[in-house]
Design a protein around this ligand. Structure first.
Ligand SMILES: Nc1ncnc2c1ncn2[C@@H]1O[C@H](COP(=O)(O)OP(=O)(O)OP(=O)(O)O)[C@@H](O)[C@H]1O
Length: 231
């Protein structure tokens, strides 16, 4: 994924346009580990939505596999997002009334290919991989926070995405559980050869990444040596 001089602005009714992202350039290669740290309101979620093909830049260039994203039809962009991007959120975003297997199988329900018919087997296999083989049929509401985040990781990986976007993945977990969830995320991303981008307030989580950035009032820069030393 390559972003060149990307901006995002919001047009407001009674005020000048709000510049949320300012001239962002970043290149994410297969297998990369990237962290982005920024204060509340610095534009992290906005950037994540652009990287995840949910929103479009206002200006600038963006490409995936050297294909310009701006020129894609919405339908093709949605298909690319479904097949190539996995999301993980702080609050897990699981469906409470469903079991672990049903939650993990959910992204395959709309896959439009043969994985639809194998979705429950694939979901069970993925749950085994994240250490939840004994919880396949448990309603997710009965699982601990760490277990729910493992289910969310399994769900984000079940379509073997090439880019995993994690927004504060350890934000709702204690330190030890967060550490084991990050280790799992690293390992599983490595297994499928995916790039992993983590957005976080937590310097310990950010430090795990090889490429570290900070986002400050919509400006993305490589994390400074001072910030890295302090972390
Ligand atoms: N649709 C919108 N309309 C108006 N303002 C918006 C809109 N979307 C985002 N903003 C503003 O843009 C800024 C960046 O928002 P964003 O959600 O990307 O920040 P963030 O870094 O993810 O914050 P947090 O860590 O608190 O979630 C914020 O000041 C937010 O209020």
């Amino acid at each position: 994924m390559r972003l060149e001089d990307v901006t995002r602005q919001i047009v407001l009714r009674d005020a000048p346009p709000l510049q949320i992202l300012k001239g962002i350039s970043i290149e994410i290669e297969a297998g990369d580990r990237v962290s982005i740290v920024g204060r509340s309101g610095s534009g992290k979620s906005t950037l994540l939505n652009i990287l995840g093909l949910v929103d479009s830049p206002s200006t600038g260039r963006m490409s995936f596999d050297d294909r310009p994203v701006q020129l894609m039809r919405a339908k093709d962009r949605d298909r690319l997002r479904g097949s190539s991007v996995g999301f993980i959120f702080q609050q897990f975003n699981l469906i409470d009334g469903l079991t672990a297997t049903e939650n993990v199988a959910m992204p395959l329900t709309y896959s439009g290919d043969s994985t639809f018919w194998r979705r429950h087997d694939l979901a069970r296999e993925m749950l085994h991989r994240v250490g939840l083989g004994h919880r396949l049929d448990s309603p997710v509401s009965t699982l601990s926070g760490g277990e729910q985040q493992r289910v969310a990781i399994a769900r984000s990986l079940v379509r073997s995405p090439r880019l995993i976007l994690a927004d504060e993945p350890t934000g709702a977990l204690d330190i030890d559980t967060g550490e084991s969830v990050m280790r799992l995320l690293d390992e599983t991303a490595t297994e499928i050869g995916a790039a992993l981008v983590v957005i976080t307030h937590d310097q310990a989580v950010a430090q795990r990444a090889r490429s570290r950035y900070q986002l400050d009032a919509g400006v993305l820069t490589p994390a400074t040596a001072a910030a890295q030393a302090a972390s």
